[in-house]
Design a binder for this molecule. Sequence first.
Ligand SMILES: C[S@@+](CC[C@H](N)C(=O)[O-])C[C@H]1O[C@@H](n2cnc3c(N)ncnc32)[C@H](O)[C@@H]1O
Length: 277
Amino acid sequence: MAFASEKMNTLYRMFEDSSHAENYSMYRLGYPEELKQSILTFMADNGCNQSDTRLLLDIGCGTGISTRLFSDSCTSCWGVDISYEQLKQAISRKGRNVFYLMSLAESTCFKDNTFDLITVGQAWHWFDADRFNEEVKRILAPHGCIAVYGYSFPTILNHDKAQEILYKFYTVTLAPYWSERRELVRSHYSSLVLPFKTKFRNDNLSINVKVTLNGLLNYIDTTSAAHLMNKINPGNTITKDFKQELAVAIGGSDVSKDFNPLLDIRASVFMEIAKKD
Ligand SMILES: C[S@@+](CC[C@H](N)C(=O)[O-])C[C@H]1O[C@@H](n2cnc3c(N)ncnc32)[C@H](O)[C@@H]1O
């Protein structure tokens, strides 16, 4: 897969910023328990390793949100990422049986046939897909599984006008700042081709949470597009104006602590899993 206009170095740097990583760690949406169950059910149904010595590798682990999800279902969970700052946040929230290492997705230091489960949460679109598949074939144990998943930009369910403003911000204001790789997320990874025959896709999952207005705005600031926009235009009032518009639509006058209503948020989750033959 070629993305000629983007140099790999630029991609790595998108997550290499300490304040961004800190916000990421605090405000990113978590994955639903049903996602984990869907992955474990596929593994059980297809005769994968059910023993209590299960080893997991979460690639592009970021601050460890996706790695910690499996910490009570595996003996050891390893998270790897190329961003030092993201890993620093992951380590500061270290869960039980969770270990982190700095590594490229496409060439890890692990031995052949090591892992029972490899997961990739909202990170596959940043990888070189062909080289990544080769690495997965190498380090996955026989009958091991690879699960790749992600989620769409959130929608506000309980305020139509606020949802309209949010959608416009996502599709118009942020448009120049999304990487062309964002299209892969928008298409729910429709071009994903995992390198094994036994597969399952689940498009019926979602993140459903109640988030305060400020929580939602902080989440939006963690997206790569908002981060890049603020970096390129220091001191801009774009985000501030958007926040103001959103607050007024919901019935407040500003985004002060005094006006911080709870919003019903939904993001669709998509997941594909495949078993090594
Ligand atoms: C959107 S974050 C997802 C983090 C986490 N998995 C989650 O679910 O929240 C994408 C992560 O992929 C990492 N990443 C991007 N390209 C990478 C590569 N080639 N090798 C390793 N990590 C990479 C970034 O540094 C970033 O932390």
